[in-house]
Design a protein around this ligand. Structure first.
Ligand SMILES: [Zn+2]
Length: 98
């Protein structure tokens, strides 16, 4: 079985975007971007640590392939590209609801 290192090898941006939208609406994905923990911001409301620089063995929350490069413990993992698309969709949905 061939190993897929990048979702980009098999999926188009539009397909990833559709999956991301579906998972935003069913609650699998957060509809806000977690606040990245930083000692430079005392009292930051949400301490979710972004871990970069995988590969991590966890499947991507958006497209389910692995390995992944970005992780918000305990349960959200992404490819770099899926991560960027998710953030883009979160910002868009906010804009629409305002
Ligand atoms: Zn992915």
């Amino acid at each position: 079985m061939r190993q897929t290192w990048e979702a980009g090898a098999i999926m188009k941006d539009d397909e990833i975007r559709e999956l991301g939208r579906a998972k935003l609406s069913d609650g699998t994905l957060l509809n806000q971007i977690p606040v990245i923990a930083s000692d430079a911001i005392p009292g930051a409301p949400t301490r979710i640590l972004l871990e970069g620089g995988g590969p991590f063995p966890d499947p991507c929350t958006v497209c389910n392939s692995r390995p992944t490069q970005v992780r918000y413990p305990p349960s959200l993992t992404f490819h770099d590209r899926c991560h960027a698309i998710w953030q883009d969709e979160v910002l868009k949905s906010r804009h629409l609801s305002n």
